[in-house]
Write a protein that binds this ligand. Structure first.
Ligand code: NDP
Length: 455
């Protein structure tokens, strides 16, 4: 059920519906489940008024989409960005349902946020906004009902303010948000989880595809420079890959020398700059002060700016790879594309990659709901630790994350093989987008049928 004013939701619904076709052809009764699952169980919209540093009242829109609770409490991040609206949150919440199913943990799907823009706000204003936002949200969430986390514009600082507000309002210490500080219930490896998990997923793709021997020396384009991009880049550098790009909403920064990409120290400096909501241009000025290591492309995305590429990882936001950019990536030799961001690729870009896969162009695409599920997976592990009032070591969490990513990969690969390998030649790769969508959907649809949501 799509309203005309929901382009992002319509896009994700089209992607899922199209990729489910081979399964629905064999199991037509599941069409009913698809009709039911696409309507959120509940949508909450509210007003958030808060006081800025000049003492003036400010007002924003707040939302929580509680999409599906068949396999666990609603779970999904909060986004603070001026572009936030119901279409974007419904698309994110819908994706989240199937992503969470792929982790194998008991988590339903939800998403929320506000059109509040954290850029240019003082710490005091961010705190005041978070308290005002939680003033209403606290009525609708709970550790067994709905457990939000971070997303764009919501990192450790914002989660801590939101957690503090909830605790005061409800007089209750509970694992109500994930991504908390380590001293008050946060899990080790949660900040790293989405970026690291993405690389663990790509490692499995590398093993299967065999065109690239390993990450060592692989030339990688990463977009974004926030949480997901930073930790993906750090893990890539640790594994010997060359990170040739990062970007933000003001432009793309490309390493001048294709043998020497970003260093760990560069990423640490970028993390400091991003915490202050500054542009990558601040880092560029700093880094190029002594030697000219980077080239800045104002307003650009990285995909067409480098000639020899092995792997491309969109890690900024939705629809950040167009059909033309996908074609350019194939022309520059890219073999693997995996989304760190949600719906990083447009439908046109996915089509270009999928046609490339089927026709032996050596390109293989992984959708975010599989390749970026590491973040919510460790959120699930944080919930488990909070319920048990204990804390696992970083090694324990990292190993569990690796296992979850390997299982998510195996599921999307095996189901993809079952439903997308017709008419493919020997050795051709299955569609991970078909596999991930069908595997996630069937798990949720079966739980819904068992609970009487459709029949
Ligand atoms: P952050 O806010 O930490 O970083 C977002 C990055 O994307 C920033 O570099 C930002 O630039 C850039 N960006 C945002 N909007 C745009 C735009 N319209 N055009 C170009 N660049 C843009 O967010 P995260 O790293 O947490 O999230 C990135 C993506 O990963 C999102 O799609 C999110 O939904 C997804 N994701 C995040 C998870 C997590 O655990 N954090 C889990 C799973 C998915 P600037 O700094 O200039 O604003």
């Amino acid at each position: 059920m799509v309203l005309p004013s929901e382009p992002e939701f319509e896009q994700v619904l089209k992607e899922i519906t199209t990729t489910l076709q081979p399964f629905l052809k064999r199991n037509p009764e599941y069409q009913r489940a698809l009709d039911v699952v696409q309507i959120p169980e509940r949508v909450i919209q509210f007003r958030v008024t808060w006081e800025d540093d000049k003492g003036k009242v400010q007002v924003n829109r707040g939302y929580r989409v509680q999409f599906n609770s068949a396999i666990g409490p609603y779970k999904g991040g909060l986004r603070l960005h001026p572009s936030v609206n119901l279409s974007i949150l419904k698309f994110l919440g819908f994706e989240q349902i199937f992503k969470n199913a792929l982790t194998g943990l008991n988590m339903g799907g939800g998403k929320g946020g506000s059109d509040f823009d954290p850029k240019g706000k003082s710490d005091n204003e961010i705190r005041k906004f978070c308290y005002a936002f939680m003033g209403e949200l606290s009525r609708h969430i709970g550790q067994d009902t709905d457990v939000p986390a971070g997303d764009i514009g919501v990192g450790g600082r914002e989660v801590a303010y939101l957690f503090g507000a909830y605790k005061k309002i409800r007089n209750e210490w509970s694992g109500i948000l994930t991504g908390k500080g380590g001293d008050f219930g946060g899990s080790y490896i949660r900040p790293e989880a989405t970026g690291y998990g993405l690389i663990y997923y790509v490692a499995k793709m590398l093993e299967t595809q065999k065109e690239l021997a390993s990450f060592k020396g692989a030339r990688v384009l990463v977009s974004g420079s926030g949480n997901v991009a930073q930790y993906a880049a750090l893990k890539l550098i640790e594994l010997g890959a060359i990170v040739l790009s990062l970007s933000d909403s003001t432009g793309a920064l490309i390493a001048r020398n294709e043998h020497e990409g970003f260093t760990t120290r560069d990423i640490e400096q970028i993390a400091e700059i991003k915490l202050k909501h500054q542009s990558l241009t601040s880092f560029n000025i700093q880094a190029n002060a002594n030697e000219s290591r980077f080239v800045w492309h104002a307003g650009a995305r990285p995909w067409t700016l480098v000639q020899n590429v092995d792997i491309a990882l969109p890690c900024a936001t939705q629809n950040e790879v167009s059909g033309e950019e996908a074609t350019a990536l194939i022309a520059s030799g890219t073999k693997l594309v995996a989304e760190g961001s949600n719906m990083g690729c447009t439908l046109e870009a996915i089509e270009v990659f999928e046609v490339g896969r089927r026709t032996g162009k050596g390109i293989w695409y992984a959708p975010g709901k599989a390749s970026n599920c590491g973040g919510v997976a460790v959120s699930g592990l944080e919930m488990a630790q909070n319920s048990a009032r204990l804390k696992w070591t970083p090694e324990e969490v990292d190993n569990k994350l690796k296992n979850i990513m390997e299982t998510a990969y195996a599921n999307s690969y095996e189901v993809g093989k079952q439903y997308s390998s017709e008419n493919l030649g020997e050795g051709a790769l299955p569609s991970l987008v078909v596999g991930a969508n069908i595997a996630g959907f069937v798990k949720v649809a079966d739980a819904m049928r068992a609970q009487g949501d459709w029949w």
